[in-house]
Design a protein around this ligand. Structure first.
Ligand code: ATP
Length: 249
């Protein structure tokens, strides 16, 4: 749990129903700055729905989202982004006919920066991610892996207090995964933010997260260190399987 004075992004007793489907039922989760928190669970567990709620893309049916002690449950995605919640999507959503640099600058300008400061921030994020060589490429001309990395860069161009990453390693090969893991590990210190990471690749989760939250059927099943979660019998039964190895789901 968070300590007094910590800056946190909190889901409190979140319920989301789509007609008769209860995607989330009474979920509590706190993302703290300075750490990478994993969010895992079987397909359909409610992970993306929770990230949608935490980033303003989905209003909860019940419950509250609290950002820095303020109720932001109904603020919507633009306001949440301006308030410091950045996210990437399972499918990267770059502007195809803008350059990479323009894609990042658009995000930065959305937080209130002028052109020069937005350009500076965009350049600094690309340089830090060792992606400066892509700056003038069109969003629509990127390879799959580059597109996913630029989607993270664009979220970082918001200079977020919290970064929500939805399966960033999906479709990446081993080498790309390793590079991505190093990057995610370094994000909290470099950007003074907290990261919530949805990922099916357990090697990535175990390799980069300080804490892991497990959802199952829209409910919280467990939370703890990666080791605690991996050893939790309920988690092993519901998600990892009895012969829990490096891969799941
Ligand atoms: P995955 O790992 O497959 O991406 P997930 O854990 O992210 O799954 P969600 O995508 O959040 O799970 O879905 C949770 C449940 O809510 C599922 O039963 C899904 O079919 C349902 N659901 C999600 N979005 C909608 C929607 N817009 N309308 C109706 N049902 C939805």
């Amino acid at each position: 749990m968070s300590q007094p004075g910590d800056i946190t992004l909190e889901a409190r007793n979140i319920h989301v129903a789509f007609g008769g489907i209860h995607a989330l039922s009474g979920v509590d989760l706190t993302v703290s700055r300075g750490i990478v928190q994993g969010l895992i669970g079987p397909n359909g567990a409610g992970k993306t729905t929770l990230v949608n709620v935490l980033s303003g893309f989905q209003s909860p049916t019940r419950g509250h989202v609290i950002l820095k002690d303020r109720d932001v449950s109904q603020d919507g995605p633009q306001k949440m982004a301006r308030a410091g919640v950045g996210r990437s999507f399972q499918a990267a959503r770059l502007f195809q006919d803008l350059t990479v640099s323009q894609n990042l600058m658009t995000a930065a300008i959305g937080t209130g920066l002028g052109m020069a400061a937005a350009r500076e921030r965009s350049e600094s994020v690309l340089e830090w991610m060792e992606l400066s060589h892509l700056a003038e490429q069109m969003g629509g001309s990127l390879s799959y892996g580059d597109e996913r990395r630029i989607s993270i860069a664009r979220a970082l161009a918001l200079n977020p207090h919290f970064l929500l990453l939805d399966e960033p390693a999906s479709g990446m090969n081993d080498a790309e995964c390793q590079t991505l893991m190093r990057l995610i590990r370094d994000i909290p210190a470099r950007f003074e933010c907290g990261v919530l990471l949805i990922e099916h690749n357990m090697e990535v989760i175990m390799g980069v997260c300080q804490r892991v939250h497990v959802l199952d059927g829209g409910r919280s099943l467990a939370e703890g260190s990666p080791q605690e979660v991996q050893n939790n019998p309920d988690v092993r039964r519901a998600y990892l399987g009895d012969d829990a190895g490096n891969e799941a789901a």
